[in-house]
Design a protein around this ligand. Structure first.
Ligand code: BG6
Length: 514
């Protein structure tokens, strides 16, 4: 087994959180997600001995294939995408937990077969009548799968006591297309499952650095008093990607970056940055605080959208020296498409902590660098004692780098050694890789384990999803009436359209070039 680098800081770290015994059933098992993310995540949980002793994973999909074929495909997925190489001993054990059921999602027969198979697994593998259904399918298939599961008697009510057999469901994004469709989907889910059985995945919440936001904010006393409108000038949140739409033209034409990234990942980062301390780490205590942030967001009325939102679309350009085509030349994209691949917004959280503090957020494809970070910009010193370049001392910035190069950097001003008082901006820089080694768990490992343990803290609750849609819905409404205005183009490999710079240029503010 790969032991990872020996590092004294790892001593005492716990790897002993095991899930509860269950069979995981993946609908849509022949899709990319299963071999790229889900099975590699389960395999890594097996390596770190976090799987329960009673465990099985069952793939369900339309394509007819033998058990051997499915297992071989999954092994290939693990070889290509797992963070740890295959250990033959662990694999041999783990492989025995994988099986496959062929069938369409519409046919009742699929569920009869599945039920018989799950009963066999209860007897053979000790899965104790507990089921975790994973819907790795498009949202239009949720309804039919859930109804059929219910008809086949595969859904039991929410478990009454810890340790009782359970039925839970994990749902992948996109969770709706707008507020109305998200509500309809939520209603459909609620016909079969109690909210406590529903685990909506936003994989950003499973990232180590995102979880660390809570620890950083609420396990250190020195930042919290300064985390406030009195001291903070503004906050910047960036989710920048170098990649384009990666062959997903049809999907992107329906989605755009606001639905793909802002409505979920970016708004979750915003909530964790801005929320009040929860009274505990119980799932609902944390989610209650996040919902309060979402409810405090100033609604983007049409006039605000004009002045507070900038969209853009990538044109031909060079990303890290490599020539890439523009969005409209991507396969399955309309030659005159107005879909946004970049968006920047100035948002306000109208509550006591944040009143008047702008949150500048941006997300985009084909930008100069892949970087996700949250940067807190404190106010300038009130009186300039020192002569400094640019006529002022650069304000303090705390940058929490979510990925890549995970870490936390605090910028402060210092004196250069010498006879003159020359000021320099320096950074105290903490790097996860250097401190803990770079082989950190993938987001899906944590999320799958939490779902097996019934801990919904890192999953999105119904009201959260709906609030997120409500906020971006106003932006879509304004864009609809503005349908003739094409988004400004930006060259691939840049930081977005110039208009985004104008959005933030106020009182000397500008986007960080991370
Ligand atoms: C997905 C989006 O949810 O997140 C993709 O659909 C995006 O378009 C991806 O590329 C980014 O995830 P990560 O973990 O690579 O930052």
């Amino acid at each position: 087994m790969h032991a990872g680098p020996q590092n004294p800081l790892r001593q005492g770290l716990m790897e002993d959180r095991a899930g509860d015994a269950c069979a995981v059933v993946i609908f849509g098992a022949s899709g990319d997600l299963t071999r790229r993310k889900l099975i590699p995540a389960f395999y890594n949980l097996a390596v770190s001995r976090s799987l329960p002793s009673g465990f099985a994973v069952v793939g369900v999909a339309r394509r007819d294939k033998s058990q051997e074929q499915f297992r071989a495909e999954m092994k290939e997925g693990v070889s290509n995408f797992s963070r740890r190489p295959i250990d033959p001993g662990v694999w041999a054990d783990f492989e025995r937990s994988i099986s496959y059921v062929t069938g369409t999602f519409e046919s009742e027969e699929t569920y009869t077969k599945l039920r018989a198979h799950l009963e066999e697994l209860d007897a053979e593998r000790g899965t104790r009548k507990s089921r975790l259904f994973y819907l790795a399918v498009t949202p239009d298939q949720f309804g039919v799968i859930m109804r059929n599961l219910k008809v086949a008697g595969l859904v039991s009510p929410a478990a009454a006591a810890p340790g009782d057999p359970f039925t839970r469901v994990i749902i992948e994004k996109p969770f709706g297309h707008d507020l109305a469709s998200a509500r309809t989907l939520n209603d459909t889910v609620a016909e079969t499952f109690d909210e406590s059985q529903v685990f909506r995945i936003d994989h950003y919440l499973g990232k180590e650095t995102v979880q660390n936001l809570l620890v950083f904010r609420f396990a250190n006393s020195m930042f919290e008093p300064l985390w406030h409108r009195e001291y903070i000038d503004h906050v910047q949140i960036t989710v920048a990607e170098e990649i384009g739409i990666e062959g997903r033209g049809n999907f992107y034409e329906q989605t755009g970056v606001t639905r793909d990234i802002v409505q979920n990942h970016l708004m979750q980062l915003l909530c964790l940055t801005a929320m009040e301390p929860p009274i505990s780490l119980r799932a609902d205590a944390v989610r209650d605080e996040k919902v309060k942030v979402l409810r405090s967001l100033r609604p983007m009325e049409p006039s605000l959208v004009q002045t507070n939102v900038v969209r853009g679309q990538y044109a031909h350009g060079y990303v890290k020296g490599e020539e890439v085509i523009g969005y409209r030349d991507e396969p399955n994209v309309d030659k005159s498409s107005r879909v946004e691949t970049f968006v920047a917004m100035r948002m306000f959280i109208d509550n006591w902590r944040w009143g008047g503090v702008p949150f500048y957020v941006r997300a985009g494809k084909r930008l100069a660098r892949r970087v996700t970070e949250i940067a807190i910009h404190w106010k300038k010193v009130p009186h300039g004692l020192f002569q400094a370049p640019d006529g002022g001392i650069a304000p303090n910035v705390l940058a929490m780098r979510i990925q890549p190069d995970e870490g936390i950097a605090l910028r402060f001003t210092t004196k250069e050694p010498g006879q003159h008082t020359i000021l320099r901006n320096m950074a105290m820089d903490f790097r996860y890789g250097a401190a803990f080694g770079s082989n950190t768990p993938e987001a899906y490992e944590r999320l799958l384990l939490d779902a097996m343990r019934g801990d919904a803290t890192l999953f999105t609750r119904r009201d959260e999803v709906e609030e997120q849609w409500e906020f971006v819905g106003h932006v879509f409404d304004a864009w609809r009436t503005d349908a003739n205005a094409p988004p400004p183009l930006y060259p691939a490999g840049s930081w977005g359209p110039e208009q985004a710079d104008d959005l933030i240029a106020h009182g000397g503010r500008r986007w960080r070039k991370p």
